[in-house]
Ligand binder design. Structure first.
Ligand code: MSP
Length: 509
């Protein structure tokens, strides 16, 4: 069985601090990476920063510093943010690192030498925030069709990549491979809006600014930022144009590029053509996730509605923020975030459903059996469905995670947690406790509950890592099985609340 798994996030522009919307992708990728590790995969998980380009050059100039001084500072903040959110990336690639720049230069030269890159003159429109070229017909009301901002007229000597050469291959890929782009609606959108009308050669160097990787055989040209940026997915693995590292041979092709919906075109049209040209296999899948909005609006500094992850973590804790993010974007639709929505979710699901269940169960175990609980096997009908539910959970989570329905996987776990609370209501342990003859039944009930908490706690690890560890600590569990065990035993620790209920009125928001 193929047990390696390579997953990437986009590399972020360090043009300003990242907001909670940016964090969505990294937290989602982290939960997938953790999930695959839990399933025994040898995982490589990469994130990083995309540090070149006109936008960064302009920002640095406005701040009165050099571009590298400008990005160094922001990148330090981004690395801290990922630590804060408990992100388990194996490496962090900066496109200003030598290991990357050197290879991008070699890639550019190779493509030039084999005739896939040629010199010409570019005249057209450029959107600096998106670092993307547009033809007159692609503009919407004269503005960038992606972000709606002003575009600039650019006229300069440039190198072009022969995208048009790959027209047929692209049509074939988008028609016959329904796995490559997900969700499927995005595949159809790319095929109908960008590929069928005919792809045009792509400008891959710039001369009107300096902050980029120099084309080493033609002074004054720097590599267009998307060719530079996309290459990170292979340079990180030690790809070289002539000889491949063991790491590259082992982990490429990438299993998943997880990205936002706005950059699907670059990843599914440009990137495959660059790879074909290099003779490198395509990544197996590109998943373009929807966006996180504040209320109904796009987050933007000018609207003053930007939410930052570290502020939320300070208030609610890291797992509450991860939980909100992972639930916020259902598979195919944009999600929304506000402080009120986070509070409601923490209170109802984390504090009530999960927190109360764990605290009540451990408290009863301590009160009635001094914390020592084993299976007395005094079963009743109500147990059968409950145990079946626990035993079915592992497979259900696996099915959801197979096609990256993360919020559905969490919903399955919470269905079992809710059923566990209902099991307490149905079996009424506090009444059993009053009857000397029902002690073994009482212990069986608590045992079943602890098994449910143990299995749910284990399956929560990829999503809520701290909470999962805390649950296992409180129930003193060392077992890794993901199904109900007949002959486990518990020596419980002391319960302490996993999540505090948040009183909106006491927060100064
Ligand atoms: N540097 C490029 C990516 C190069 S990958 C080879 C870039 N950077 S970015 O910083 O502008 O965006 C990074 C990611 O953040 C994108 O996937 C984008 O979709 C995502 N998001 C930005 N705002 C977002 C939300 N509000 N919600 C969810 N994701 C969002 O593009």
């Amino acid at each position: 069985m193929d047990k390696k798994y390579y997953i990437t996030t986009p590399i972020y522009y360090p043009s300003g601090s990242l907001h909670i919307g940016h964090c969505y992708c990294t937290v989602a990728a982290d939960s997938i990476a953790r999930y695959k590790r839990l399933r025994g995969y040898d995982v490589k998980f990469l994130t990083g920063t995309d540090e070149h380009g006109q936008k960064i050059e302009e920002k640095a100039k406005a701040a009165g510093v050099t571009p590298i001084e400008y990005v160094d500072n922001i990148v330090t903040g981004i690395k801290q943010l990922w630590k804060y959110l408990k992100i388990t990336n194996d490496d962090f690639l900066r496109t200003t690192e030598e290991r990357h720049e050197k290879i991008v230069q070699k890639i550019f030269t190779k493509l030039y030498e084999q005739g896939d890159i040629y010199k010409g003159e570019y005249e057209g429109k450029y959107c600096t925030p998106c670092e993307s070229f547009w033809t007159e017909t692609q503009l919407v009301d004269g503005k960038c069709p992606d972000c709606g901002r002003e575009v600039k007229l650019v006229k300069e000597e440039s190198y072009f990549f022969k995208l048009s050469k790959y027209q047929d291959k692209l049509e074939d890929l988008f028609t016959n491979n329904t796995y490559f782009v997900q969700p499927d609606a995005r595949r159809k959108e790319m095929l109908n809006n960008f590929i069928k009308p005919g792809v045009q050669d792509l400008c891959v160097s710039r001369t009107s600014f300096k902050w980029g990787i120099p084309v080493d055989f033609d002074e004054g040209h720097v590599v267009y930022v998307w060719l530079d940026a996309l290459s990170n997915y292979i340079t990180f693995l030690g790809y070289d144009v002539d000889e491949q590292s063991d790491k590259f041979k082992k982990y490429w092709p990438c299993d998943l590029h997880l990205i936002g919906k706005d950059i699907i075109r670059f990843h599914t049209i440009y990137w495959p053509c660059f790879l074909w040209s290099l003779g490198v296999e395509l990544p197996k899948q590109v998943f373009g996730h929807p966006w996180l909005l504040t209320g109904d609006d796009k987050m933007s500094k000018s609207k003053g509605n930007v939410i930052y992850a570290d502020d939320l973590v300070d208030l609610f804790g890291v797992d509450a923020v991860r939980f909100y993010l992972l639930n916020a974007i259902p598979f195919a639709n944009d999600g929304t975030i506000t402080y009120d929505l986070v509070i409601d979710r923490v209170n109802s699901e984390l504090a009530n459903t999960l927190g109360n269940l764990v605290q009540r169960t451990i408290s009863m175990g301590n009160k009635y059996f001094d914390g020592k609980v084993s299976n007395k096997k005094v079963s009743e009908d109500v147990d059968t469905d409950f145990i079946n539910l626990i035993n079915g959970l592992d497979k259900k989570v696996e099915n959801c995670m197979e096609d990256y329905h993360i919020s559905d996987a969490l919903a399955e776990i919470f269905t079992v947690l809710r059923a566990s609370n209902k099991y307490i209501d149905d079996t009424t342990p506090w009444i059993l406790a009053k009857d000397e003859a029902k002690q073994d039944r009482l212990e069986t009930v608590l045992y079943n509950l602890l098994e449910s908490i143990r299995v749910c706690g284990s399956l929560l690890l990829p999503f809520l890592p701290d909470t999962s560890c805390e649950i296992h600590k409180q129930i003193n569990n060392k077992k890794t099985d993901l199904s109900y065990l007949e002959d486990n035993s518990y020596e419980l620790g002391q319960p302490s609340p996993l999540f505090q209920r948040i009183d909106k009125d006491k927060l100064d928001l």
